[in-house]
Design a protein around this ligand. Structure first.
Ligand code: ATP
Length: 580
């Protein structure tokens, strides 16, 4: 024994025993046997030593294996005991043969008292069937397989059943457990059931909470779906209502369109030159002039007393012109204060004068490419006459307060009840402008010079007015017609219209009854003849006094005289009529 280190005590004892035995054997041999040669002795001794060493080594390995086995068993038992799940072994009858510490802890019972008890004691009453059925099936299948395997020469098999049930602890409280059971055979060959037991209460709670949440959600979804369906139904109803409303709107729109077309037609009729009623030579000549000039681009000057139909003629010219689809812009030069006319005609820049907060286009710009009607042109202040002349000559002007020159293409039609030639002579109207405007004059004769037109005009207006008032006038007495034809009509057709309006109001039946006593100014030998201007002046003053100097509006002097309030003011200025 050299170089092998120190042997353990038991090995040393063995060797001693072997040496003693060898010595005895040698002593015996020396007595019994023939003496061996020294060489033979040495060989045998060596062999003995080798055997002895081999035995000692085998011995050592066995001891080592034994201690490893002990350690491994200890490890296994601690793993078995402290495993995170409970283990127990049951007999076929359900008796607990063995259990780890975790199982005992789960069931809240000392491990020692657990062994020998029936597992059913720890299973909730309502769930015992579950356990029984699984266990039964497990053993039956196991035995069936075992038989088959025995026949087939197979030695081992594993049948597994997994199920969940409520278990009851020693203290009566319960918990949800997941059981995984297998059947095996014990050392004696009897079938035993090995059960792995896990507390799944938390998982079950979560599942239950999840299920509840799911149920609540489903309930909510059902409720919302019902609400949505109701809302959709309401929306559908709303849509149908909206569609019905749309149809109604479309119907109204169509009706409005039709009414609009009708009104346009009416307006057209009202302003159509065909509505220039009259068969006198004077009016026929005016109509022929209108037709002759309308299609040209020439400037037109319409002359005539107040109320003779100058505006009617202007509209007829525009309506027959190439510009008929564009606007007919109008400026009444008498209706505005002299300061305002300039801005009205030419527009102004922002800040051009106090109060001009924004830029404003004048009528010349509005009428670009169209027609501009300058009514009462005789009232245009001198300084503006020059500016107007420039537009007529060059088509150019500047906005008030502006420096850039604006070019426009505008057709001018002017009208006045003044004798412009006379105004030029008196120095109140620029001669050059007069020439520019007087390219194509149309003079409308006063009504008193075309009395033959009166019956036609009376018929036309009585029908028109009575229709508007919802009355029916079928008869115009000859006396009334005579009176109308013998009146001198200073307010011309506008005055005639007013007289007829009052007559229609005054008529209760179908017969026209004049409301006014139509009085002509006295004429004849011995009576000093007044000038027309003096007659007009008297008439205006009388009317003003009758209306208490009410110039505009209902029952005003302008209304009675049948002229524009602006024209009345202008005429008052000319005739120097002032309230005393
Ligand atoms: N020939 C006519 N046929 C039918 N109605 C006419 C005729 N002439 C004029 N009228 C009517 O008389 C009224 C006055 O006409 P209009 O305004 O055209 O006259 P005016 O000469 O421009 O008047 P003013 O000089 O006061 O501005 C209008 O209602 C117009 O329709």
């Amino acid at each position: 024994m050299t170089g092998k280190g120190k042997l353990p005590d038991s090995a040393a004892a063995l060797r001693k025993r072997a040496e003693d035995s060898a010595r005895q054997d040698a002593a015996q041999a020396s007595e019994d046997l023939l003496p061996l040669s020294p060489e033979e002795n040495r060989r045998i001794l060596n062999e003995l030593r080798v055997h002895q060493i081999e035995l000692e080594m085998q011995n050592e390995e066995l001891r080592h294996a034994q201690s490893e086995l002990d350690a491994s068993r200890a490890r296994y038992f601690s793993l078995y005991d402290l495993a995170p799940v409970g283990y127990c072994t049951l007999s076929e009858k359900g008796r607990i043969l063995e259990a780890n510490l975790t199982a005992a802890t789960l069931l809240n019972v000392a491990r020692g008292t657990l062994v020998g008890q029936s597992i059913t004691r720890f299973i909730h009453k309502e769930d015992q069937d579950i356990h029984y059925l699984h266990g039964k099936q497990l053993f039956e299948v196991h035995s069936a397989i075992l038989q088959g395997q025995v026949q087939a020469g197979i030695e081992q098999t594993v049948e597994r059943q997994a199920y969940e049930l409520r278990m009851v602890r020693n203290d009566g409280t319960s918990f949800w457990a997941h059981l995984a059971a297998t059947v095996a055979q014990d050392e004696a060959g009897s079938p035993v059931c090995r059960v792995v037991m896990d507390d799944i209460t938390d998982r079950r709670r979560m599942e239950e909470a999840l299920q509840n949440a799911h149920d609540t959600l489903e309930h909510q979804v059902e409720e919302r779906t019902a609400e949505l369906a109701a809302a959709m139904q309401a929306a559908e109803k709303g849509r149908l209502n909206a569609e019905a409303a749309l149809v109604e709107i479309q119907k109204l729109k169509d009706q409005l369109e039709a009414e609009k077309a009708y009104l346009i037609e009416e307006i057209k009729l009202e302003n159509n030159h065909e509505n220039i009623i009259g068969q006198s030579d004077g009016i026929k000549f005016v109509i022929s002039q209108v037709e002759q000039i309308a299609g040209r681009e020439t400037t037109v000057l319409v002359l005539g007393e107040t109320g003779t139909g100058k505006e009617l003629v202007v509209r007829a010219i525009h309506g027959l012109s190439l510009r008929k689809n564009r606007v007919l812009a109008k400026v009444n030069c008498a209706a505005l204060h002299a300061n305002l006319i300039e801005s009205e005609l030419f527009g102004h820049e922002k800040g051009a004068f106090t109060g001009s907060h924004t830029r404003r286009l004048g009528r010349f710009e509005v009428a670009r490419g169209a027609t501009l009607f300058l009514d009462e042109i005789g009232e245009l202040p001198m300084n503006l006459q020059a500016k107007l002349l420039r537009v007529l000559q060059d088509g150019e002007f500047e906005r008030l307060g502006g420096s850039s020159t604006i070019k426009v293409d505008v057709r001018i039609i002017a009208a006045t009840n003044r004798d412009l030639e006379e105004e030029v002579r008196k120095g109140r109207f620029r001669e050059d402008l007069w020439y520019r405007l007087n390219v194509f004059p149309i003079t409308i004769p006063p009504l008193r010079d075309r009395m033959e037109d009166i019956p036609l005009l009376v018929d036309f207006y009585v029908q028109k007015i009575s229709k508007r008032m919802g009355k029916t006038i079928e008869m115009i007495p000859a006396s009334a017609m005579r009176a109308l034809q013998h009146y001198h009509w200073p307010g011309n057709i506008r005055e005639l219209e007013n007289v007829l309006e009052r007559a229609v109001i005054n008529s209760s039946g179908t017969k026209l009854r004049l409301a006014d006593e139509l009085k002509n100014p006295p004429t004849g030998p011995g009576i000093r003849q007044k000038t027309l201007e003096a007659v007009e002046r008297d008439h205006i003053v009388q009317t003003l006094e009758r209306t208490r100097w009410k110039l505009a509006g209902k029952n005003s002097a302008a209304e009675i005289l049948g002229i524009d309030p602006g024209a009345l003011r202008a005429r008052m200025r000319e005739l120097d009529i002032r309230k005393k």
